[in-house]
Design a protein around this ligand. Structure first.
Ligand code: ADP
Length: 257
């Protein structure tokens, strides 16, 4: 196989000599490629809101400030984009913590029924605004061993996505199942669905299906990457099934209690 030898000479001191570092080149190359992708992904995501902020500021400075109503509109846009930048940075920090394993998880016995109820309540207004019916189904109580905040984040991201991708008149269901393989959470929607060949890619950071690329919808493309890593940390399995034009179903199965 391909190995990379790095010779680091040590010239001073009683132990003069050299340290030889051997690494598999393909692994080094892969890491470099990942780092490049990450940097270009981050740069791209930061660029869009910053460009809008810059354009608004220029317009304000070149006269729009004189008209109170117009000025207000531009300032609102600046505020919105700044909020988006902040959310993006918070999501990146969270992903970095989860990926590096430095996110401290408190795994304890949880009642998934209550937790799902909280998340459904939190998203009720969002769903109503979009004309989407949001419901909780299945077992009323269901115990699992997991970290509460992590499960909230997982569920919130899945429900948020489901609502975002479901047209008015559709429905989003959060279902609890006491499966023999372990307590299971299912988030199902009757939305746009995801092309089968892209199902493997949606968990990559910054990845968005073509139609969602226009940043107008907001979203960082980090949500599912965070969900994936949290599930890994909780030793929960995460699967997705989807049919284009019919809807998607994300399933999280926790270890047996
Ligand atoms: P985003 O911030 O864009 O929502 P995510 O990582 O959460 O990023 O999702 C990645 C992409 O996967 C989304 O941009 C979208 O194209 C697709 N996706 C995620 N959930 C769904 C869903 N329930 N229905 C259809 N497409 C989805």
């Amino acid at each position: 196989s391909h190995h990379l030898l790095t010779v680091i000479p040590i010239l001073r001191g009683p132990h003069a000599g050299a340290v030889i570092v051997v690494r598999d080149v393909s692994e080094v190359r892969q890491l470099e490629a990942m780092r490049r992708d990450f940097v270009s992904g981050v740069s791209h995501e930061l660029k869009t809101p910053l460009t809008v902020i810059q354009a608004c500021t220029e317009t304000l400075l070149s006269g729009a400030l004189e008209d109170g109503e117009v000025a207000r509109r531009f300032l609102c846009q600046i505020e919105e984009q700044a909020e988006r930048l902040l959310q993006l940075i918070l999501a990146m920090l969270q992903l970095a913590r989860v990926e590096s394993g430095s996110e401290i998880l408190h795994v304890e016995e949880l009642e998934l029924g209550d937790l799902a109820g909280d998340v459904v309540d939190a998203f009720r207004a969002v769903a109503e605004n979009r004309g989407v019916q949001l419901m909780q189904q299945g077992a009323a109580t269901l115990a699992a061993r997991a970290d509460e905040q992590a499960v909230r984040t997982i569920l919130s991201n899945l429900v948020d996505n489901a609502i975002k991708h479901t047209p008015a008149g559709g429905e989003v269901v959060v279902e609890l199942r006491a499966s023999a393989d372990g307590p299971t959470l299912v988030v199902r929607d009757t939305g746009s669905g995801i092309p089968e060949e892209l199902l493997g890619r949606i968990f990559e950071r910054f990845y968005r299906v073509e139609k969602d690329r226009s940043r107008e919808r907001g979203g960082s493309g980090l949500g599912l990457a965070i969900v994936k890593h949290l599930c890994q940390a909780l030793q929960a399995s995460l699967t997705v099934r989807s049919r284009l034009g019919e809807g998607s179903e994300f399933t999280v199965r926790f270890p047996r209690v």
